[in-house]
Ligand binder design. Structure first.
Ligand SMILES: NC(=O)C1=CN([C@@H]2O[C@H](COP(=O)(O)OP(=O)(O)OC[C@H]3O[C@@H](n4cnc5c(N)ncnc54)[C@H](O)[C@@H]3O)[C@@H](O)[C@H]2O)C=CC1
Ligand SMILES: O=C(O)C(=O)COP(=O)(O)O
Length: 390
């Protein structure tokens, strides 16, 4: 089996890295790696060299990776759907509590009186200013019913909240997992109008950027609590500051503090801890490494965000040629033409496409000359050719 090199841009849990066999070695130099593992480090400005075949995001959000540039370079980008969802869900529930009961204010106050005498008495005397509200019976709106949103909706429902959910693109799997008690609404406006708490669980995309802004906040109830455990850019910070000052927003809980929100009054800022649990880190690392191995060793694509999934089956011998290419007419004819011109028999061929990009796996019985893959590389629209052999 060939040797592969991987580079970690962030620390990746050992339980995952241990899955790499002796045929893999880590490298400090991304430029010589076959695969890159990353969490939140930004790759947006990074130069990506030809040898990189795959990038695995050990986590969900991929807004730190230039997906289209990678696809154009024939680099398959994976993420690990659902692997950290429970970790985030539990912190969102904590966020609901932090926004409803003045726990942070209370804890900080105890620190200010810790040198005083008879603290127990002072506590009973001073505690009234930290009184809060209960979440039971209140309305929570969940925007984005994916891996995290569904868990948050179901958990909040079990805690006695009336939960509304909105996701125009909900997957069949997530719809199945959503409790029947959740009120599913078609328009986010229903959530803005009805809910006391609103939790965001959508990816950062052009159409979700700054979705919480002056206009959407004006549709909300006075004193609404916004929870953002998704990405800071989903919220317009200036509009949020104004809404916090006026009391339109009662509290803004964010897992993504930035230069503007960290010091903002009314903000409960958590340092991006949603997925920072042993369990989530392990789950993500294991899934990311398995996907990288499947791709490098077998050409199998599972959970890619910029290429089609393709279960080519385990590579069992002979030669497997994988081709990342543009999704344009006449590609397969040209590929098979190269093999037939050299009198090579194709034993298996799979072709999948997703948007502008496609992926073809061709199995042959023997070996191929390097000239054959060079010929494939010269075909217009071909982005990367790999050969997998014993
Ligand atoms: N705080 C943290 O540590 C973490 C934050 N995240 C963030 O949470 C986001 C969601 O994560 P998952 O639930 O795992 O992803 P997911 O892909 O399972 O779910 C996202 C859902 O949002 C929906 N959606 C997309 N556009 C929408 C729109 N305009 N309106 C309503 N729904 C829309 C999709 O249909 C999908 O069901 C990630 O993209 C990431 O930004 C994820 C993991 C950890
Ligand atoms: O998975 C995600 O989208 C996250 O935000 C988690 O980020 P992290 O891996 O904890 O840096």
């Amino acid at each position: 089996m060939p040797k592969f090199k991987y580079h970690c841009l962030n620390p990746i849990a050992g339980v995952g890295l241990k899955l790499f066999s002796e045929n893999y070695e880590t490298t400090e130099d991304i430029k010589e790696s076959d695969a890159v593992l990353v969490r939140s480090a930004s790759m947006l400005e990074m130069e990506l060299t030809d040898n990189i075949a795959a990038i695995a995001r050990a986590g969900a959000g991929v807004n730190n990776i230039p997906l289209d540039r990678c696809a154009g370079d024939g680099i398959v980008v994976f993420n690990t759907p659902g692997a950290n969802a429970n970790g985030v869900k539990e912190l969102v529930i904590a966020g609901l509590m932090l926004a409803s009961r003045n726990i942070v204010g209370g804890i900080n106050w105890v620190q200010t009186i810790k040198e005083e005498k008879d603290i127990a008495k002072l506590v009973e005397k001073g505690k009234a200013k930290f009184a809060g509200k209960e979440i039971q019976g209140k309305k929570l709106g969940v925007i984005g019913l994916g891996a995290i949103g569904v868990l948050v909706a179901n958990a909040a429902n079990r805690l006695g909240m009336e939960v509304y959910g909105c996701d125009p693109y909900i997957s069949v799997e997530h719809a199945w997992n959503l409790s029947r008690d959740i009120i599913s609404v078609k328009s986010k406006d229903d959530i803005y109008r009805e809910c006391d708490y609103i939790s965001l669980h959508v990816p950062l995309l052009d159409d979700t950027k700054k979705m919480i802004n002056k206009e959407t906040l004006s549709k909300c109830k006075d004193g609404v609590v916004i929870l953002n455990f998704a990405r800071d850019l989903l919220v317009n910070d200036e509009d949020m500051e104004e809404a916090l000052k006026s009391g339109k927003v009662g509290a803004y809980v964010t897992d993504f503090p930035n230069d503007k929100t960290a010091a903002m009054e009314g903000v409960i800022a958590i340092p991006h801890l949603g997925a920072s649990t042993e369990e989530s880190e392990d789950n993500c690392a294991v899934m990311a490494v398995k996907q990288i191995k499947d791709y490098l060793e077998h050409g199998i694509i599972k959970n890619s965000v910029n290429y089609p999934d393709c279960d080519a089956g385990t590579f069992t011998g002979g030669t497997r040629v994988t081709i990342n290419h543009k999704n344009i007419p006449n590609m397969l004819t040209q590929f098979t033409g190269v093999f037939s011109s050299e009198n090579i028999n194709i034993s298996n061929l799979i072709n999948k496409s997703k948007g502008d990009y496609a992926y073809t796996v061709i199995d042959i019985e023997g070996s191929i000359a390097s000239g054959t893959s060079a010929k494939l590389e010269t075909i217009d629209g071909v982005l990367k050719v790999r050969t997998i052999s014993e």
